[in-house]
Design a protein around this ligand. Structure first.
Ligand code: DP6
Length: 391
């Protein structure tokens, strides 16, 4: 009789929001980028994917993945690449130590849950692939470091490679054709600059229009601005950003963050036909951040936008009243302010028309902060009989 034992391991993994943006692939199959990038990992208390990976001879015959209770297609090249790479590391481990159970070829059953809306432009694929790779690496008891695992997670979704670390993370683009040097490294742990806060204005919880995967492909092939961004703008941003993080210099961090977002969206506009991720609500968010900074006489708040209209606003804890408090004053009544004890402040310095656009267009706010990388957990989403745990 074959061994019907169920092996399993679980993890949670965070979302990250880039402050130097990844946009463009030099190799779409391996997800090798045209430029390096930097992100801030956000706290898993507010945004995370929880994943259990299990394998057993009693499963299958196919590998399977359940996300928020709905079955996902795992036959895509990206998921397959992650499974293949992790299995090959496990196979090598089993070959080097004959006492290890032979589990590399057993069917995988993966169960995942997000504590936030999937594909709302909240970097769910980053947390999702980071959790998938970390959970299977735990299941296979691989000795691989987060940087080694980042090479695998990158093949699932580029930005996922940065979610294997907490704090401030760089994805070094690398030069090799096989992607062996296109890896994530930690610039600084969360504890180095723990006062970093993020306020997310959720503009729409609907699925986004042009996916980042196809959007960046069209940008690479049609935008004339793009080459300059990849070759000149980003290398400069990378140097400035890493220095700003090391020195905990918010002035510089904020300026580079905003310029980077603007530069990325400029190349989207320069894509032919153009791609519009920012909408009127996004532009109103930019306006109120400018008003907040003008009042402070320096940069205390920094906006950034990914492939969708949601605004992520970074600020330091000491400026909670002047940033989150003032926005609460303007957008009081929205869901999400209760999560942290934000006191509503006078918002009369904000442009009244921009405030009205935000009131009409923002569905909720998420208050969060810089946070830790993937965390192993004993809380399993698969029961002893191998069935998904009902929540
Ligand atoms: C705008 O990582 O989602 O959020 O590699 O095709 O899965 P794929 O793309 P993805 O792109 C993220 C783009 C971005 C910027 C960033 O996170 O750096």
């Amino acid at each position: 009789m074959t061994d019907q034992k169920i092996y399993q391991a679980s993890t949670t993994a965070p979302v990250n929001i880039a402050v130097v943006k990844y946009w463009g692939k030099r190799d779409p199959k391996l997800n090798l980028p045209t430029n390096s990038s930097v992100s801030v990992t956000l706290s898993q208390a507010d945004l995370r994917t929880h994943t259990t990976a299990a394998c057993s001879a009693s499963f299958g015959p196919e590998d399977s993945l359940l996300l928020n209770s709905s079955p996902q297609d795992v036959s895509g090249a990206r998921t397959q690449a992650c499974f293949r790479e992790l299995r090959s590391l496990r196979t090598a481990l089993e070959a080097s130590d004959s006492s290890l159970p032979k589990i590399a070829t057993l069917p995988l059953r993966i169960v995942s849950e997000n504590n936030f809306p999937t594909a709302a432009g909240l970097a769910s694929s980053a947390a999702g692939f980071a959790a998938l790779v970390r959970a299977i690496a735990n299941l296979y008891e691989l000795p691989a470091s987060p940087t080694e695992l980042s090479r695998i997670a990158r093949q699932g979704s580029g930005s996922a490679c940065r979610s294997l670390f907490g704090g401030y993370v760089a994805w070094q683009m690398g030069e090799k054709d096989d992607g062996a040097d296109s890896l994530a490294v930690q610039v600084a742990p969360a504890s180095h600059w723990p006062t970093m806060r993020a306020l997310i204005l959720v503009v729409s919880a609907e699925k986004k229009g042009v996916s980042s995967t196809s959007g960046m492909q069209i940008t690479v092939s049609t935008s004339k601005l793009f080459k300059r961004r990849a070759e000149i703008v980003v290398p400069e941003s990378m140097l400035l950003m890493e220095k700003a993080i090391k020195k905990k210099d918010f002035q510089s961090f904020g300026e580079v963050t905003m310029r980077e977002s603007n530069s990325f969206h400029a190349t989207c506009l320069d894509t032919f036909p153009p791609i519009f991720y920012l909408n009127d609500v996004s532009r109103a968010a930019i306006r109120v951040v400018e008003d907040i900074n003008k009042k402070a006489g320096k940069i205390i708040a920094a906006y950034t936008f990914d492939a969708g209209p949601n605004a992520v606003i970074y600020y330091e804890e000491e400026n909670t009243d002047a940033v989150a408090g003032v926005l609460n004053g303007a957008l009081n009544g929205l869901d999400g302010w209760q999560a942290r004890d934000i006191k509503s402040q006078d918002s009369s310095d904000l442009d009244a028309r921009a405030v009205q656009v935000l009131k009409d267009g923002v569905s909720r706010v998420i208050l969060t902060s810089v946070g830790e990388g993937p965390i192993r957990t004993e809380e399993s989403l698969i029961d002893a009989a191998g069935a998904p745990v009902k929540k």
